[in-house]
Design a protein around this ligand. Structure first.
Ligand SMILES: *Cc1c(COP(=O)(O)O)cnc(C)c1O
Length: 530
């Protein structure tokens, strides 16, 4: 096998596993295999070196570059082809369904994109005078109004730039509230269910809290006995961070009682709202006793996600926490005769200056492009359409669970919310979740979320979202059903999947423990040896 200088194989390791589909070049179908762009570097053959002009003095002073730029030298078609080839190796929501759970990868409607590209929004600069961006400010205000109506909360901070950033915003507001109560030193404990997304305990720890895990019961919900005993035996509760619907894809049926218990103990209720798409238009978090919750616009409201675009995590706050919302806050300035939307971002501007707000979380106002897309999505659905978003997302997940439960093992009894969760109980000895996930790649699908949540053995978490049709769900279920049957029979071929992807099964342990993140130029003597 050809290795590059950092020990990475430069050609797929297919031939050792199966015969028949190995090619001379490593290319497959119409997809060309190639080395890294740095390894194709032919600097000497690229561009032109003009002779030094006589009699012209350099005006660069002492800053002339002394060493190579260390960029690969390629012709234009070579560079273009390299990146187009790379793009063809990527899976995308525009190529097929993403069954990832806890991610909500849904279709990004082209209407959203069209709106976001209107020059008045796309070309705006955050330092423009407020007078010249009143339309954009109004758009943010309108989105704020929608989010507050949908959640029945008191205020919303628009600037957080991802779900985790929204968690940080909410937990910092809670910390500031505890400081204002003079209890920040005595209330340090944040309860986090075992099924929580990894960002929850990370956020709590980042904000200086002690993370205390509460267990899950047999139904996949918060273990209420565990919660009650924690509250009885400790007197330093700052709050709880709970996801609803939770990461098992289930509605926390005791949520009202949980809110009461936490409030009676003097703590605050942070809800991770990443799964809001399952209940939007049906349940208002403000009615459940929640004090702070982030909303992932890139999950619930269809803005591009992950590699496709920046996130946005507006965070809604209860009345108790609203005074601690981060700057900037949108306010109406009437001092010039006409009403002008502006931002208050100084302590002096704050109503009731005895409270200490979080301060600024980011430069400027947040992800404007995402605001435009989210509002376009909300307005194109309308209030009744948003309710149907939640209903269809839940229906689609239950369809998958119903279609696959005779071959796979649902993790919990009963209906699910927006994602279907299976354990690996149905697999034969030696076949693992990862083998099923990798086999999906050969069938043309990105794998589902695997080994999460941790409370379920060999978890497979599948979230179709509302934007997939029944026909697409059937195609996916047919593929997964076939793989599941093979897994139950113990088909050893699953262990080698994927067979048809540009890269075969990678060494996940090595990749996690010793990631090669940077290409380093080979030493000259090594080059000679090759
Ligand atoms: C996605 C997700 C987050 C984090 O959101 P990011 O935008 O990726 O930071 C937090 N909690 C849950 C339950 C999620 O699904």
């Amino acid at each position: 096998m050809t290795m590059n200088t950092t020990g990475r194989p430069t050609a797929p390791a297919h031939a050792d596993h199966i015969s028949g589909d190995a090619t001379i070049s490593g290319s497959k179908g119409l997809l060309q295999h190639e080395p890294l762009i740095f390894e194709t570097d032919r600097w000497a053959e690229t561009g032109v070196d003009l002779p030094k002009t006589k009699g012209v003095k350099s005006r660069l002073g002492g800053v002339t570059r002394k060493a190579d730029v260390q960029l690969p030298g390629l012709s234009e078609p070579e560079a273009v082809r390299h990146y187009v080839r790379l793009s063809q190796r990527n899976y995308a929501i525009d190529l097929g369904m993403f069954p990832l759970g806890s991610c909500t990868m849904k279709h990004n409607p082209r209407l959203n994109e069209k709106m976001a590209r209107l020059p008045g929004f796309a070309d705006i600069h955050p330092l423009q005078p407020f007078r010249s961006i009143q339309g954009a400010m109004e758009l943010i205000k309108e989105l704020e109004d929608w989010l507050l109506k949908l959640t029945n909360m008191h205020s919303v901070a628009m600037s957080p730039k991802a779900g985790a950033h929204g968690e940080y915003c909410g937990m910092m507001a809670i910390r500031q509230a505890l400081i204002a109560r003079g209890e920040s030193e005595t209330r340090k404990r944040v309860l986090v269910p075992a099924s929580a997304h990894g960002t929850n305990p990370a956020t709590a720890a980042q904000c200086g809290f002690i993370v205390d895990e509460i267990g899950a019961d047999k139904r996949g919900r918060v273990d209420m006995d565990d919660l009650r005993s924690k509250l009885e035996t400790t007197d330093d509760i700052a709050g709880i961070m709970l996801t609803n619907p939770n990461t098992c894809g289930l509605f926390e049926t005791d949520i009202r009682e949980i809110a009461d218990l936490i409030h009676d103990a003097g703590g605050y209720f942070y809800c991770d709202g990443a799964n809001f798409n399952a209940i939007v238009g049906r349940v208002r978090p403000g009615d459940l006793g929640i004090d702070a919750m982030h909303i992932n616009l890139h999950k619930t409201f269809s803005t591009p996600h992950g590699g496709g675009g920046p996130g946005s995590g507006p965070t809604v706050l209860s009345e108790a926490l609203s005074g601690f919302a981060p700057w900037p806050l949108m306010v109406v300035d009437s001092s010039h005769g006409t009403d002008l939307l502006t931002y208050a971002d100084h302590q002096d501007d704050m109503p009731g200056s005895d409270v200490q707000p979080v301060g600024r979380l980011t430069a400027f106002q947040g992800q404007m492009g995402m605001f435009v897309r989210a509002l376009a999505y909300i307005m194109s659905h309308g209030a009744d359409g948003l309710k149907q978003v939640a209903e269809d997302a839940v229906l689609n997940a239950n369809y998958i669970q119903a279609r696959l439960k005779h071959v796979m093992t649902p993790a919990f009894d009963g209906f699910c919310m927006h994602e279907a969760l299976f354990s690996d109980k149905f697999t034969a000895e030696g076949i693992e979740t990862i083998d099923i996930a990798k086999s999906l790649i050969d069938e043309g699908y990105h794998p589902m979320t695997m080994y999460f949540p941790l409370v379920v053995h060999g978890a497979m978490l599948i979230e179709p979202t509302e934007t997939e049709s029944k026909a697409e769900l059937d195609r996916f279920c047919d593929a997964l059903e076939g793989i599941a049957k093979k897994a139950a029979e113990g088909d050893p071929r699953l262990k080698g999947a994927p067979y048809s992807a540009p890269m075969r099964r990678l060494d996940e342990t090595q990749a996690a423990r010793k990631p090669v993140l940077k290409w380093t130029a080979p030493e000259p003597d090594q080059m000679a040896a090759e």
